[in-house]
Design a binder for this molecule. Structure first.
Ligand SMILES: [Zn+2]
Length: 504
């Protein structure tokens, strides 16, 4: 449907430079030797070693499938002038990637240089499709086995005095695993919407709040409106312990204090908006979290009895790990509670319970990083594999896989999209590789006309992206995949087309 707009003039020169530079994007090597994949053992009494093994296997299998692309294409590129090129390229692709490459791109190689940019983008999109089919087909991150199912978590938060947990992390790909990995929560039971710098959209959040309260009132979901529970809005800002001056949040100039204060300001503005817009004592509760993207250890700012947050009053899960490592599990749980109360003696009981759970859950992730990656991740900076733009992306629950820009139109979210393009200019364009952008709009199939509107959104965003980043697009350095998904049917993604000639 959408055509690659490369002009033929100067193309072979560009292609040649791409072929050489494909090798320039640093290949990712295997990380530190895993000590305990799936054995169920753990060092800390409150760590779930079995789940760590399961999550690690999933993370590595997905990332390996994306990271195999460059080495495989280098092999293919080296063979392009041999007699049986197409057959041998397909054999390399099957062996290293598990799928065949598009014949027409390969067939053209004898006339011109192999179009590595298109081939790279095609492989990223193909891998994305396979990754989504696996996610929606086999639910690899379902948490049912470890008493963490969505229903159980919902009933737990209700006991703590909340009916919804709505988290806004930064759009930075190093936080994409915040819910399932860092906080170890079931993805089905937590609302996640990421924004650059965690600066969430207040109007969108008000809309979600209204929708949530309406459902409680009309349908008694997740509980009836007369239950004294509240909507809990959380912000997850981030910082880097290894290189604080450079690898913190780009949206806040790598200034940790600014990132935390920015998150708190936005939370307070949302709370004021709810209180001023709705009567009868309507309000929400707030929670501010910091995530160290190098170790995944969280900092939880503990609210006082009135729910007020002081930026200086927090508990660091790294300290919790250290102070509870040698205790029994019962003693360790008590110690966590004490640590929170020491910081904020008047913390509300339900909030205390929830915070203790988040800190304890995070201990598993701290040990996960230590076991599988060492004292910190190797890729402390950006290493995302593609940009996701639009509405959806429930499948993206892995660190540094995707930079997500939530948007309805490019115009309203230019800042978020620009940050993504800037990140990929360094990651890919600097090495001659295109920026792969998945444009995706999920829709509710039972709503008349919803699919058509999702398709229109996809096309509009794709055109706007090509216009805004026209230089990249014209040079074959920006490729888009257009995808919709009926989220009510919980089925596969539907690929509408792409900027590539070869169908995915
Ligand atoms: Zn950030």
């Amino acid at each position: 449907m959408l055509r690659n707009r490369n002009s033929s003039r100067g193309q072979s020169r560009r292609r040649q430079s791409t072929v050489q530079s494909v090798s320039a994007r640093p290949e990712r090597t295997a990380t530190a030797q895993p000590m305990m994949v799936g054995t169920g053992s753990a060092n800390h009494p409150l760590v779930d070693g079995y789940e760590n093994g399961r999550l690690y296997q999933y993370e590595t299998s997905v990332k390996k499938s994306f990271d195999a692309i460059v080495p495989a294409l280098r092999k293919v590129s080296a063979q392009q002038h041999e007699n049986d090129f197409v057959a041998s390229a397909q054999s390399v692709a099957m062996q290293e990637l598990g799928y065949q490459l598009p014949e027409d791109i390969l067939q053209d190689a004898w006339v011109e240089q192999l179009d590595m940019r298109s081939l790279f983008a095609w492989c990223v999109f193909k891998t994305y499709q396979r990754f989504c089919d696996d996610f929606f087909g086999t639910s690899p991150l379902s948490s049912g086995m470890n008493n963490k199912s969505a229903e159980e978590f919902q009933s737990f938060i209700q006991q703590c005095g909340f009916h919804t947990l709505d988290v806004s992390p930064c759009a930075d790909g190093r936080l994409a695993h915040a819910v399932r990995y860092v906080l170890r929560l079931p993805i089905e039971a937590v609302r996640r919407k990421s924004y650059a710098g965690a600066m969430f959209d207040i109007d969108n959040s008000i809309q979600k709040w209204v929708e949530t309260e309406m459902l409680r009132f009309r349908e008694g979901r997740p509980n009836t409106a007369d239950e004294p529970t509240r909507y809990l809005k959380a912000v997850a800002y981030h910082f880097s312990s290894v290189d604080p001056g450079h690898e913190g949040c780009a949206a806040h100039g790598s200034d940790d204090a600014k990132a935390a204060a920015g998150g708190l300001d936005r939370l307070l503005a949302f709370q004021t908006a709810i209180e001023n817009s709705f009567c009868c004592g309507a309000s929400i509760d707030l929670l501010l979290l910091g995530i160290d993207t190098d170790t995944d250890a969280i900092k939880v700012h503990i609210p006082d009895a009135n729910g007020e947050i002081d930026l200086d009053k927090f508990v660091d899960a790294k300290d919790v790990y250290q102070q509870t490592e040698r205790l029994s599990s019962t003693e360790a749980e008590l110690q966590v509670e004490q640590m929170v109360q020491e910081v904020q003696p008047a913390v509300a009981e339900g909030m205390l319970k929830l915070i203790c759970k988040l800190l304890i859950n995070n201990l598993s992730q701290i040990e996960y990083v230590r076991n599988y990656y060492g004292s910190h991740y190797e890729d402390i900076g950006h290493a995302e594999r593609f940009i996701g733009a639009g509405i959806g992306f429930e499948e993206v629950q892995l660190r540094n896989l995707t930079y997500i820009a939530y948007l309805n139109t490019v115009e309203e979210s230019t800042a978020d999209f620009d940050v993504g393009i800037k990140i990929f200019s360094k990651l890919n364009v600097a090495h001659g590789l295109p920026v792969p952008v998945v444009i995706r709009f999920d829709y509710h199939g039972e709503v008349p006309g919803a699919r058509d509107r999702a398709v229109e959104h996809c096309q509009r965003v794709s055109e706007a992206a090509k216009a805004r980043y026209s230089e990249l697009a014209e040079n074959g350095l920006l490729h888009t995949l257009l995808v919709v998904r009926n989220c009510s049917a919980n089925g596969k993604i539907e690929i509408l087309g792409s900027s590539l000639k070869a169908p995915i």
